[in-house]
Design a protein around this ligand. Structure first.
Ligand SMILES: Nc1ncnc2c1ncn2[C@@H]1O[C@H](COP(=O)(O)OP(=O)(O)OP(=O)(O)O)[C@@H](O)[C@H]1O
Length: 298
């Protein structure tokens, strides 16, 4: 499998601010790549350089082998792009706008555009200026997906979408991936990226903090488990279990913070007669916070 997006030392400096600092990234073809970071961490700056809208201060980037500066038009024809601040001519209807784009791109994507609009619950006969933020975002999604580009670059795609539409959007991303499309999507909402991404990169203050498969992240994620025993919890024994980072006892319940596999914890606890278990599912939120606080060991 080839590389869809590659950056080498990609850097953007605004005055004294290093909005993006020496980014080396490799996105394999055919994966959904989650690009995570809080507001201002440099996600949009990266993305705008990847689609040839912003010139790097240093370093380079390629999309399917094409340099984003030297070969900008080729890159733009290969990428379906949803900007973070998607806008479209307010006087046009959705349909008029999308038809205009199909002409510009010399594609015959209108039937697909209509299908996508229907899936997202978007009325293409209304003027874009009269649409709500979420509905305008749907127009942005349709124009990115409709011509089946080999690479999709989506900057905060679910912004303003209600949960049902978000779910439809995630289905669209999975279908695109299954058809071989590479999808880079940025977000500061971890749950949506976790649900769909194969690989996640975490950006903090312009620097790449980690790149991991979503599966590895989840395995490494810490979980809180509350174990209720018939008698006093065997706190010392539980604390000695590999992976257990903290144990606090309240009455007959031990709250255990554990990283990685639960197997040894169950083995240690089982002989003491467990009456009840609740476990907070692992998600990326905690690991994300661990990276932010600087304690994380990538
Ligand atoms: N044209 C500009 N001039 C000066 N500084 C800029 C410019 N564009 C972006 N920045 C700064 O660069 C940093 C990175 O911004 P960027 O928009 O890439 O972040 P982001 O991760 O996409 O955040 P968000 O989630 O809020 O969109 C921020 O500190 C921002 O203020």
């Amino acid at each position: 499998m080839g590389t869809a997006i590659r950056t080498e030392g990609l850097t953007k400096v605004y005055g004294r601010l290093r909005a993006l600092d020496d980014l080396d990234l490799e996105v394999p073809e055919g994966v959904v790549f989650g690009y995570l970071g809080p507001n201002g961490s440099g996600k949009s700056t990266t993305i705008r350089m990847l689609v040839g809208l912003l010139r790097p201060t240093a370093g380079r980037a390629t999309v399917l082998g094409h340099d984003v500066v030297d070969d900008r038009l080729a890159v733009q024809s290969l990428v379906g792009y949803l900007p973070g601040d998607f806008t479209a001519p307010p006087r046009l209807t959705g349909s008029e706008y999308l038809r205009y784009l199909t002409g510009l791109r010399r594609t015959h994507a209108m039937p697909e555009a209509e299908l996508l609009a229907k899936r997202l619950g978007l009325d293409l006969d209304r003027r874009i200026g009269e649409l709500s933020h979420g509905n305008r975002q749907k127009v942005g999604l349709v124009q990115a997906f409709m011509h089946h580009p080999p690479v999709l670059v989506l900057d905060e795609p679910t912004s303003g979408l209600d949960p049902l539409v978000q779910r439809e959007f995630l289905a669209m991303v999975r279908e695109a991936r299954d058809a071989g499309t590479t999808v880079l999507l940025s977000s500061h909402v971890l749950s949506e990226v976790e649900a769909v991404a194969d690989v996640v990169a975490i950006l903090r203050e312009g620097c790449l903090v980690a790149v991991e498969s979503t599966e590895d992240l989840r395995h490494r994620a810490r979980r809180h488990v509350d174990l209720t025993f018939a008698d006093s919890p065997p706190a010392t024994e539980l604390a000695a279990v590999p992976g257990v980072q903290a144990v606090t006892v309240l009455g007959h319940t031990a709250s255990v913070l554990v990283e990685g596999s639960m197997r040894e914890l169950w083995q240690a606890a089982a002989p003491h007669g467990i009456e009840d278990v609740t476990s907070h599912e692992a998600d990326l939120e905690e690991i994300f916070l661990t990276y932010y606080s600087g304690e994380g060991q990538p």
